[in-house]
Design a protein around this ligand. Structure first.
Ligand SMILES: Cc1cc2nc3c(=O)[nH]c(=O)nc-3n(C[C@H](O)[C@H](O)[C@H](O)COP(=O)(O)O)c2cc1C
Length: 247
């Protein structure tokens, strides 16, 4: 059986994981709640968004503990600038002796939209192009076609510089009076970083900047730098309640 391990805040990676499973089966596992090494699977596919030309904390930290005895494929998805994240990921796997067979990438709608908005027509076009690109990757993985990315563009400098400051983003979050304290953000946060204390949302210091709380608040009450920005993103082709589940 193949294991498809994913991390997703706004559904793009879950969509890819489900499409890959639709092609050739597999068990889907949510990386933040997965504490295995992958050895129960014959083959491992990791599906992850790109963060700062690198990887989300949970995905980066999973790679060193993966079994060295199983072939691993990685499918990255990104909003517009891959920035060598494929090479960076490949190197990270090699450094930990993971049997990495290929790092593929596919463009999906951008969710790092705190200070700008993606035009809806562009988002729709990206979503329309995605299935074909994902199916192409699925065929290559099925055929065992290796994919070694260009390692020259993969210094990881931006990632290593940005990652230590990610948790500070909560200092720029505020909660508007639209918050009804429904507790959805508390439940969906992969770091258990949000709580409700004396009727107010409190962010702790473990944020991994996935922006799940920001995008998926039903009231759009979580704001960045108190901007009254109204657009939020959620992949329209998944069930929101499936994000974070093993399927
Ligand atoms: C903290 C953060 C950093 C990101 N950095 C990049 C980046 O360097 N390049 C890029 O093209 N997209 C970047 N993105 C966009 C995501 O990779 C992209 O929207 C992805 O499809 C989101 O996946 P998800 O819906 O599964 O969470 C970033 C998103 C976040 C939240």
């Amino acid at each position: 059986m193949r294991g498809i391990l994913y991390f997703s805040a706004t559904g793009n990676s879950l969509y890819i994981a489900q499409r890959l499973r639709g092609r050739s089966g597999g068990d889907i596992r949510h990386i933040p709640s997965y504490d295995g090494t992958g050895e129960e699977f014959d083959e491992i596919i990791i599906v992850s968004p790109v963060y700062s030309f690198g990887l989300p904390v949970h995905v980066y930290d999973l790679i060193p503990r993966l079994t060295k005895q199983r072939p691993v494929w990685i499918v990255l998805n990104y909003g517009g600038m891959l920035g060598g994240a494929d090479g960076f990921t490949y190197r990270h796997c090699k450094a930990h002796e993971v049997d990495i067979r290929g790092v593929y990438s596919v463009k999906m709608p951008e969710n790092y939209t705190l200070v700008f908005s993606v035009p809806k027509f562009y988002e729709r076009a990206t979503l329309k192009a995605a299935p074909k690109a994902i199916d192409k990757i699925a065929s290559k993985i099925e055929a065992g076609i290796a994919c070694t990315p260009d390692l020259k563009k993969s210094s990881g400098t931006a990632y290593m510089k940005n990652r230590p400051t990610w948790h500070l983003i909560v200092n720029d979050f505020s909660v508007s009076t639209d918050c009804v304290r429904c507790g959805k953000c508390v439940k969906l946060c992969p770091m258990n970083n949000i709580s409700i204390l004396d009727g107010a949302l409190v962010f702790s210091d473990r944020c991994v900047i996935c922006l799940g709380c920001y995008h998926r608040c039903p009231q759009k009450a979580i704001r960045y730098k108190n901007k009254k920005k109204s657009d939020r993103y959620l992949n329209p082709d998944i069930q929101e309640s499936d994000i974070g589940k093993d399927l």
